[in-house]
Design a protein around this ligand. Sequence first.
Ligand code: AMP
Ligand code: MG
Length: 340
Amino acid sequence: MNTLFLPADAPNTVTVAAEIIRSGGLVAIPTETVYGLGANGLNEDAVRRIFEAKGRPQDNPLILHIAKAEQMEDFCEDVPRVAYDLADAFWPGPLTLVLKCKPIVPKRTTAGLDTVAIRCPDHDVTRAIIAASGVPVAAPSGNTSGRPSPTKASHMVEDMNGKIEAIVDGGSCGIGVESTILDLTVTPPRLLRPGGMPVEKLAQIVGEIAVDDAVIRPMKEGEKPRAPGMKYRHYAPKAPVTVLTGTGADTAAYIAEQVQPGDGVICFQEYAPMFPDCVVQPIGEEVDDLAHAQRVFDALRAFDGTDVPRIFAQCPPEQGLGLAVANRLKKAAGFHVIAL
Ligand code: AMP
Ligand code: MG
């Protein structure tokens, strides 16, 4: 298949992308979080193709993307007051709500669950594509299953060129980690995935939030996850990753002591000179949590173009956006974490 490359600001991009989606095709769409692999979320065959293109396990459901918060009621049942409050405060934005699902949503989209994950992305062109398509767009992250999520159009080309109808190039993603997923079908609401919307901000509206165990530790053998995506190996580069938690100075000193020439290092910018013989991917200054989010997947992916035998990563503190960045790094490491 010849994959069309559509610059987000080209005059016919919205029309072309929307027509592909309406007719059952797949389009890579930029969002503020990561690139998504989008298709008509009400069309079972189109949705099946998302799973095939990604190599995604069938029991890992997709997120429905809508152009306006009001569309929530078209696909969700018994929407609680707090969902409207959250939508008012944070949509469009990096927050996904899990709600009871209406029968119109195919089981293939929700992987057979009676709940559906839904969000309104903060990206003008992508919202225009969704609106013009006239359907909700089901979209997981656009990476091949297991690989780090795509945050640039070039990442989409790496994983999906020749497999999908089109890639919309919207440049680098503004946030760079996936949406925060909050399950509103349980009391208290439960954080299923930390992401681009800091949980501290959600708590201001929701009050108490339970944090799912799978957010902070690996799943045990035979354990049933609440968000199906939690049980799979995720975000991993080819080389094994070790994550270091502690102060920046301590973790940098530890890594400098451990590394061999040719190892890979993900570090805060100011410590990069400590690893002269390594392949270094800086993720911004230690204090710059937005830069960490924007850079983390690109950094993980970049090692796959090298022959580093192993990767050490400095981990930011787990607050604000740092909770999501730390979660992605730890998952990439298979929770191989050394706490200093
Ligand atoms: P991705 O965007 O690739 O991270 O995939 C979407 C994420 O949303 C996965 O982690 C799914 O498990 C999660 N998800 C989608 N629908 C639901 C749902 N109904 N309940 C819980 N989690 C969901
Ligand atoms: Mg994903």
